[in-house]
Design a protein around this ligand. Structure first.
Ligand SMILES: Nc1ncnc2c1ncn2[C@@H]1O[C@H](COP(=O)(O)OP(=O)(O)OP(=O)(O)O)[C@@H](O)[C@H]1O
Ligand SMILES: [Mg+2]
Length: 349
C-alpha cells in the first residue's frame, strides 16, 4: 500500500493543529476574477523538511507561494505558517519567513553588501547584528569575496546565491524559494542544490520550493507535492511517488516503421504494466522487469522482421509519476541512459 496521497482522498475542512507543522495549508483556493488558479489544495510541511511543489508552467505554484508568504490574499481556505494564520497574522508570518521570488529582484546598481544591508534594515535586524548576519550569509553562499562587487557584474548563478543570502539575512525559520534554479546552467544548479542542503542542516531551516525540474525535486526534496492545473495530484517522498507507479522500469522503444499494432503487442509482453504512445513509432513501456521486457521486445521485432531505431531502459522517473497521475508529460529534459543495440538481424544499430 503506497504512502502517496492523492488529491481526491484529501480530508475536508478539519482544522489543523499548528504545532507539529512548519506549514499547514487547508483547502486553499485562489481565484483571479472568474479563473480559479488554485482549487482547494491541502498539505503540511514538517519542521526541517525540504518540501517541493513540482508542476508545469501555470500549475499555480507561484500563486501558492504568494498566498503562503502573505503577498497575495487567500480567496478561501487557510494557510498556517509557523503556527500563524497568513490572513489574520500576516506580520507574525513575515517575521518567521524568508522569500526568494521567481524573478531576480536584487538591485543591479548596488553592491552585494548594499543589497544585503537594505534587506537587513527592511527586516529590522538590530544594528549590532547586521554586520554579523551579512558576513554569515555571504559565507554561506560563498560570496564573501564579492561583497564589494556591483551586482550587475555577477553571473546568473552568483546572483541567485545573492538572492538566497538576502532571503536569509534576518535569520528566518522557514524559507520559501520560487524556482531557485530556473535559468541556471547545470553546474550552477547543482551548486545551488548543495548550498540549500547545507543551509537546511546548518541553519535548521524548513524550506518550501517550487520547481518544474524533476531532477531538482528528486535530488533536493524530502517530499514532493505534484501540482497541476491548480490541484494537488500526488504527494509523497520521491521514492514513494515512484513506487506508486506500476512497474519499476521504463523501456523506451522506437520502431523504424509505425504500425497500429505496436501498442497491443507491447502490452502483451510479460511484466508490462502500461504502454504510453509518444510520437510516431515511439513508445514508453512500464514494466516490473526491464531486462526481461527488453529481451522479449528485441525477439519480437526480430521474429516479425521489424527494425528498432532505438531502445533504452531507465528507472521510473518523476515524469512517469506525473504521466501516471495526469495523463500528460512534464518532461523538460531527457535524463536517461540510452544505449544503442548491437547490429543483429531485424534490428537497426
Ligand atoms: N495576477 C494574475 N491574474 C490573473 N491570472 C493569473 C495571475 N497570476 C497568475 N495567473 C494565472 O494563474 C495560473 C497559475 O499561475 P502561477 O504563476 O501560479 O503558475 P506557476 O505554477 O507558478 O507557473 P510558472 O511555472 O510559469 O511560474 C496561470 O494560469 C496564470 O496565468
Ligand atoms: Mg511560477
Amino acid at each position: 500500500m503506497s504512502a502517496v496521497r492523492k488529491a481526491r482522498t484529501q480530508e475536508g475542512g478539519a482544522p489543523a493543529t499548528a504545532a507539529p507543522f512548519a506549514i499547514a495549508v487547508e483547502n486553499i483556493v485562489k481565484r483571479y476574477g472568474a479563473f480559479e488558479a488554485v482549487k482547494g489544495i491541502t498539505f503540511e510541511v514538517k519542521d526541517g523538511e525540504i518540501f517541493g511543489l513540482l508542476g508545469p508552467n501555470g500549475a499555480g505554484k507561484s500563486t501558492l507561494i504568494r498566498m503562503m508568504t502573505t503577498l497575495m490574499p487567500v480567496t478561501a481556505g487557510r494557510a498556517l505558517v509557523a503556527g500563524h494564520d497568513v490572513t489574520k497574522e500576516p506580520n507574525a508570518v513575515r517575521n518567521m519567513i524568508g522569500v526568494i521570488p521567481q524573478a531576480l529582484t536584487s538591485d543591479q546598481d548596488l553592491t552585494v553588501y548594499e543589497n544585503l544591508l537594505i534587506y537587513a534594515k527592511l527586516y529590522s535586524v538590530p544594528k549590532e547584528k547586521r554586520e554579523k548576519n551579512i558576513a554569515a550569509v555571504l559565507e554561506a553562499v560563498d560570496l564573501t569575496k564579492w561583497r564589494g562587487a556591483q551586482t550587475k557584474t555577477l553571473s546568473g548563478g552568483m546572483r541567485r546565491r545573492l538572492e538566497i543570502a538576502r532571503g536569509l539575512v534576518h535569520d528566518p525559520r522557514i524559507f520559501f524559494l520560487d524556482e531557485p534554479t530556473t535559468g541556471l546552467d547545470p553546474v550552477s544548479r547543482i551548486a545551488v542544490w548543495e548550498m540549500l542542503n547545507n543551509l537546511k542542516k546548518t541553519r535548521n531551516l524548513t524550506m518550501l520550493l517550487t520547481t518544474h525540474y524533476m531532477e531538482e525535486a528528486d535530488r533536493l526534496c524530502d517530499r514532493i507535492a505534484i501540482v497541476d492545473h491548480g490541484t494537488l495530484v500526488a504527494l509523497g517522498t520521491p521514492v514513494e511517488l515512484k513506487q506508486s507507479v506500476p512497474g519499476s522500469n521504463v523501456v523506451e522503444v522506437q520502431f523504424a516503421r509505425e504500425s497500429d499494432d505496436w501498442k497491443a503487442r507491447l502490452e502483451a509482453l510479460t511484466d508490462v504494466t502500461e504502454v504510453q504512445s509518444q510520437s510516431a513509432g515511439v513508445y514508453r513501456v512500464l514494466t516490473s522487469n526491464g531486462s526481461q521486457t527488453t529481451t522479449q521486445l528485441v525477439e519480437m521485432a526480430s521474429r516479425l522482421g521489424e527494425q528498432l531505431s532505438s531502445l533504452s531502459v531507465q528507472n521510473t522517473s518523476l515524469d512517469d509519476v506525473f504521466v501516471h497521475y495526469t495523463g500528460r508529460q512534464l518532461r523538460d529534459e531527457q535524463v536517461k541512459a540510452v544505449f544503442q543495440m548491437p547490429p543483429r538481424p531485424g534490428v537497426n544499430a
